[in-house]
Design a binder for this molecule. Sequence first.
Ligand code: FE
Ligand code: FE
Length: 278
Amino acid sequence: MGPLQNLEQWDDFVVQRYQPDKKQEEFRVYDETTPPGVREFYRLNHTHQTVDFVREKKRQYLSKQRGKRSIWEALDYLNTLVDESDPDTDLSQIEHNLQTAEAIRKDGHPRWFVLTGFIHDLGKLLCLYGDPQWAVVGDTFPVGCSYSDKIVFPEFFRDNPDSRNPLYQSKFGIYSEGCGLDNVDLSWGHDEYLYHVVKDYLPEPALYMIRYHSFYPGHREGGYDYLFNDHDREMFQWVRKFNPYDLYSKSADRPKLEQLRPYYNDLINEYFPEKVAW
Ligand code: FE
Ligand code: FE
């Protein structure tokens, strides 16, 4: 399906970028050490994520015409996305969600926070709808205003048609200062899609975590503060609280889904109806 061997290759690259023991000067050295597939993935992402593309994807998906599924059915469906690089597990997609959730649970966070971990990557279903990897995963960034140099591989914006539109390259672009992120189109991917699927069911901090967990230029690099409003800034505390669980919860001991199923079943039933529209 290329250029990534699988969707997790992007996640692994982000983890490697933000290793806690990494020295400051090593932080942004990713050019030579990055696998060619990952570079090519970012080249495609930065070339094709335009204002028009994002609007088209929103038209396509936000009316949720992909049928009704329970959360479990969505997880099972996501799991049919076979990970060729990891033939050992038949639960590869569920596993990352489960490890994230279990790490949150061990730290004694509220139930909705655990649930958020358990479902946070379900938007990757987009890949099963046939969308290319660069439109499903990848660090997200605002479209329609100038690209921050805090975005990874900013040089790949060179071939993005929006880079030749003076309005889209001004600081605030099609937005206004402090307009709030709800009014800003980020590059399209699994965060925004899942946000629209679950927005009626979860508390607001959970929705921020889901919607902005891949917005590394914003929550990790401090970029685009001029588009945030005060409420976004307050809510981003939660996005930042969530991020380490997403990045660092991968572990060798694999959680046993069958043992944990009753707990997550109750949790899902507490917040979601039997089926939700996708
Ligand atoms: Fe994700
Ligand atoms: Fe994740």
